[in-house]
Ligand binder design. Structure first.
Ligand SMILES: Cc1cc2nc3c(=O)[nH]c(=O)nc-3n(C[C@H](O)[C@H](O)[C@H](O)COP(=O)(O)O)c2cc1C
Ligand code: SF4
Ligand code: SF4
Length: 268
């Protein structure tokens, strides 16, 4: 076992940070990163290459489950008969059914989920008002994650039958509010990020970082395409993209629910 594929969706970079740490740590292995945050990679990388022995899939938790984009992508990905580890990076609020739902999709294609974990990351909506898990993932937590992945690799390395490596994941539950269509609540609570034209230098970084190609060349956002991931706000070096919540309800709720740092969850 030598060739590892890491598939990652990471609009605000937390999941990508974890995957890069794993790649550096596994320097004896051939680790390829497929960053499906980019719409063009989601369109072109649709089959796991034959040489791959083990797959890691990392994604954020949105509304207690996988982002719809990741669900759609995994449903069309050609992947079979491989051991898979799942990493769900979440904003210290609620894990819900994210890992369970991802496992269901992956298993339906004839693969075995040999391990899974939910890791606390800085919340995408952090800013002046909200400060949730701002220092996560810490170096210590990244080290623990790297060891967990090594343990997962060792688990599958010498088995004759892949199925022996299957790991159980608790089903979890989806909170009432998160049962609505995934885009609905972010769109209700958060306005689409605006441009402050006096600050903008037309570098187009926001256009390039948007995972849904929602920003046109005039920097306008297509509301229907915008998933309120806030990548455009985070990566604008001129602080020219601003987001505003429509009410205090979202900020207050997140502040309350994300106050105490939760423990990372590991299943192997
Ligand atoms: C639309 C949206 C919904 C989210 N829903 C949840 C959630 O249900 N539970 C949670 O703990 N964090 C939630 N978060 C926070 C993200 O899971 C978290 O910030 C994650 O680190 C983002 O990953 P990334 O940095 O790799 O993009 C949500 C973020 C967004 C943008
Ligand atoms: S990233 Fe910021 S500065 Fe660059 S085009 Fe977008 S809004 Fe303007
Ligand atoms: S326009 Fe919307 S979808 Fe695109 S990066 Fe900004 S918040 Fe995310």
């Amino acid at each position: 076992m030598n060739n590892i594929a890491c598939i990652v969706f990471s609009p605000t970079g937390g999941n990508l940070k974890m995957i890069k740490s794993i790649k550096t740590f596994l320097d004896d292995y051939n680790v390829e990163i497929y960053n499906i945050t980019k719409p063009q990679i989601r369109e072109t990388f649709i089959e796991i290459p034959k040489k791959i022995d083990y797959v890691i899939i990392a994604f954020p938790i949105y509304a207690d489950t996988l982002p719809d984009i990741v669900t759609e992508y995994l449903n069309k990905l050609l992947i079979s008969n491989l051991p898979v580890s799942l990493i769900a990076g979440y904003g210290n609020i609620h894990i819900g059914k994210a890992l369970f739902n991802a496992k269901t999709i992956i298993e339906a294609k004839g693969n075995v989920v040999c391990s899974a974990c939910a890791i606390v990351l800085a919340h995408s909506y952090n800013g002046s008002k909200l400060q949730i898990a701002v220092n996560e993932p810490s170096n210590e937590k990244l080290k623990a994650l790297n060891q967990f992945i090594l343990k997962s690799i060792n688990k599958v390395k010498h088995v004759s039958q892949l199925v022996i490596c299957n790991t159980e994941i608790p089903e979890g539950h989806i909170r009432l509010l998160a049962k609505a269509p995934q885009k609905l609540f972010p769109q209700i609570f958060i306005k689409k990020p605006k441009v402050i034209h006096e600050r903008c230098n037309h570098c187009n970084v926001c256009i390039n970082m948007c995972p849904t190609a929602a920003i046109d060349n005039e920097l306008n956002i297509d509301n229907g395409k915008c998933i309120r991931c806030l990548a455009c706000v985070k990566y604008c070096r001129k602080k020219a993209r601003l987001f505003k919540t429509r009410t205090q309800i979202l900020t207050n709720t997140l502040m309350k629910e994300g106050k105490d740092l939760k423990k990372n969850a590991f299943f192997i």
